[in-house]
Design a protein around this ligand. Structure first.
Ligand code: FEO
Ligand code: CA
Ligand code: CA
Length: 625
């Protein structure tokens, strides 16, 4: 249902008054509002004691083809597309590496990332495993002759160019880091790596294929966008836009396939030589992607597992916390216009003393979809077969059908359609959850939902960050209080609705987010056409730091031309930040190689390469201080 659109200054006022209410207001008032005890909820005193991590001077907006950080900081390239994971084949700048070589090298389009200290369970900040996603491919850059010919070998290189890297990294003195080569941990997980299926969809009729009649094993993962990790030392990679590789040439998609965006054809053209991506021939293969996948980076021989209890959608991130009773709670969102934010609560408790006991924790539990009410309260609605209309009469055969078609289940139960949820992160001490809603230019269009309280702008091109606190400070609670932390925008923009309410440096399209150990919220941006069109005043994509108490936001880094900023991960001491520069140089139809930049190369004719950079403070201090 469409709601009248409140003026931006009204929203800002609402935000501030709600903020005061949450941090300073009476506990009795809060309890009355959400009808539950707030025992254990972090109060104003707890929030106010958090040290602000913003001690740097903002860098200016930039349209240069380089990474810029504040004075007193350095950034260095660590691991770019094509670099060997271990002592394997070197990168060939003409893109002539074979498909088999690509399987031993960094994939393309680095995205979500996490630093795991070595050894496992330690808190070291100078040696660890860096695990990162390779979200998708620029197929024109992947081959010497772009896509002029199309062959099985090329499709194989595509399959090997996506997925996940596990690399070992070590500080080598001063602030320098390098990839350890060779390393016994080094591993590439690709769209061909065998992985098993866990949770309610395992073995279900909708998961069975000709190649896997039992519905228990899948080849590969791809479209790995943001990520998560667990307290038992595993990595969660999130399969996002998986529909882009499938095609149904007959055009006979049913309602469920259409909602999960199965199209008639695919520009990626994998299906021409990898038949499983042809949904006319293998319709159930489509159900085997769009999951959160758990990987043990400490055991290179381990088999990744698709955790179907967390639902199937265009997963962006999967961030964990623990309920007071030890159950694991994971937040994830569906980065598609008008899709939902989800929460999974495990059935069983985390065992901190026995790693193996947590192995299948994510296979059993309850999946919820979020409803954000206009009065600032919210409800988690269970997606459980037989409840809330998730019945056979409404075309949900069983719990497997519910999780496989989580988007339809969310609609059935009345969850709130959001403005493309991207990363979801949790404040390290307050437990407050922050979710970036990157943009949604379709909101308010004819036939689409209009503005609502959590998604307050029609034709929303700039995005916002919503946050919430679970009732009673219990992450497993089924009610919460929410407000908008910031409405992004350009204060110089001629159109009022594009201006936002940012206190500090303007930005657009929040995507990547991460809390530093000191409680500073870091925000990476992903405007689709940086420095152009509606984003003309905002330069290249950027990394900003936010003080969540004062609301101040400062620009820390600007990326090279055309890139998106993503994958931020800190060492436990907060003194090293790893960050991904994704799809630099993208796109310019009128330049010699179709690109607007060549980062990290200074040769303008070179292929641009996504890469991981390392950021340190020259005096060895905490990043952002
Ligand atoms: Fe892959 Fe939603 O970003
Ligand atoms: Ca993203
Ligand atoms: Ca994005």
């Amino acid at each position: 249902m469409s709601m009248p659109q409140p003026a931006l200054d009204e929203l800002a006022e609402l935000r501030l008054s709600r903020r005061e209410f949450i941090t300073l207001g009476s506990m009795a008032g809060l309890s009355a509002l959400i009808g539950t005890s707030l025992t254990g909820c972090v109060t104003a005193a707890g929030t106010a004691s958090i040290k602000s991590g913003i001690g740097f001077r903002s860098v200016p907006l930039s349209s240069a083809d380089t990474v810029t950080v504040p004075q007193g900081y350095s950034s260095r390239l660590l691991y770019a597309w094509g670099d060997p994971i271990s002592d394997g084949p070197p990168y060939k700048p003409d893109a002539s590496n074979t498909a088999d070589e690509q399987a031993l090298q960094a994939g393309m389009h680095h995205d979500g990332m996490h630093f795991f200290p070595l050894p496992l369970g330690s808190n070291t900040s100078d040696h660890g495993l860096l695990v990162l996603n390779h979200e998708y491919l620029d197929q024109k850059l992947l081959f010497p002759d772009a896509m002029e010919t199309w062959t099985a070998e090329k499709v194989k290189k595509c399959l090997n160019g996506v997925g996940v890297s596990v690399i070992e990294v070590k500080k080598t003195g001063g602030n320098e880091w390098q990839v350890v080569r060779p390393s016994k941990y080094a591993r590439r997980i690709t769209a061909q790596t065998p992985m098993s299926i866990g949770g309610p969809a395992r073995g279900n009729v909708l998961m069975r294929t000709e190649a896997d009649p039992r519905g228990e094993e899948i080849l590969g993962t791809y479209s790995n966008c943001a990520n998560g990790f667990t307290p038992w030392g595993t990595y969660l990679t999130c399969e996002e836009n998986i529909h882009s590789q499938f095609a149904m040439p007959s055009g006979k998609q049913n309602k469920k396939q259409l909602r999960h965006i199965l199209r008639r054809t695919s520009g990626a053209r994998w299906f021409e030589f990898e038949e499983r991506f042809n949904a006319d021939k293998h319709p159930n293969e489509f159900h085997r992607f769009g999951w959160v996948v758990e990987i043990d980076p400490f055991d290179p021989a381990s088999k990744p597992v698709k955790r179907t209890a967390l639902g199937r959608c265009a997963h962006e991130s999967a961030y964990y916390t623990l309920a007071p009773d030890g159950r694991v709670v994971i937040y994830t969102g569906d980065d598609t216009a008008f899709e939902f934010i989800y929460k999974f609560v495990s059935r069983d408790k985390y065992n901190p003393n026995n790693r193996a006991a947590n192995r299948d924790l994510l296979d059993h539990g309850t999946l919820y979809a979020g409803k954000f009410n206009a009065d600032g309260t919210g409800v988690w609605i269970p997606l459980v077969h037989g409840q809330n209309g998730l019945t056979e009469a409404n075309d949900f055969a069983d719990q497997a059908d519910v999780v496989i078609h989580a988007k339809l289940a969310g609609t059935q139960v009345g969850a709130t359609p959001m403005d493309r949820p991207e990363w979801i992160v949790i404040h390290p001490t307050s437990g407050e959850v922050y979710a970036s809603l990157t943009n949604n230019s379709e909101r308010g269009m004819k036939g689409k939902p209009g503005a609502d309280a959590a998604n307050p702008r029609e034709r929303n091109r700039f995005g916002q960050i919503v946050r919430w606190r679970e009732a009673g400070g219990n992450a497993a609670a089924t009610t919460f209080l929410w407000d908008l932390f910031v409405i992004a925008g350009d204060p110089m923009h001629a159109e009022n609705e594009h201006r936002g309410n940012v206190k500090g440096d303007a930005f657009a399209c929040p995507d990547c987010m991460q809390f530093a150990p000191d409680g500073t919220l870091w925000i990476g941006t992903d405007t689709s056409s940086p420095g152009r069109g509606v984003y003309a005043n905002l330069g290249n994509n950027q990394l900003l730091a936010a003080d969540t108490v004062t609301g101040e936001i400062r620009r820390f880094l600007t990326g090279p031309r055309g890139c998106e900023i993503t994958g931020l991960s800190f060492t436990p001491d907060g003194k090293t930040a790893f960050l991904n520069i994704q799809h630099p140089g993208e796109f310019a139809e009128d330049s010699p190689n179709g690109r607007i930049g060549s980062w990290p190369s200074e040769d303008p004719a070179a292929r641009p390469r996504s890469g991981t950079i390392v950021i340190t403070k020259d005096d060895g201090g905490i990043i952002g201080s």
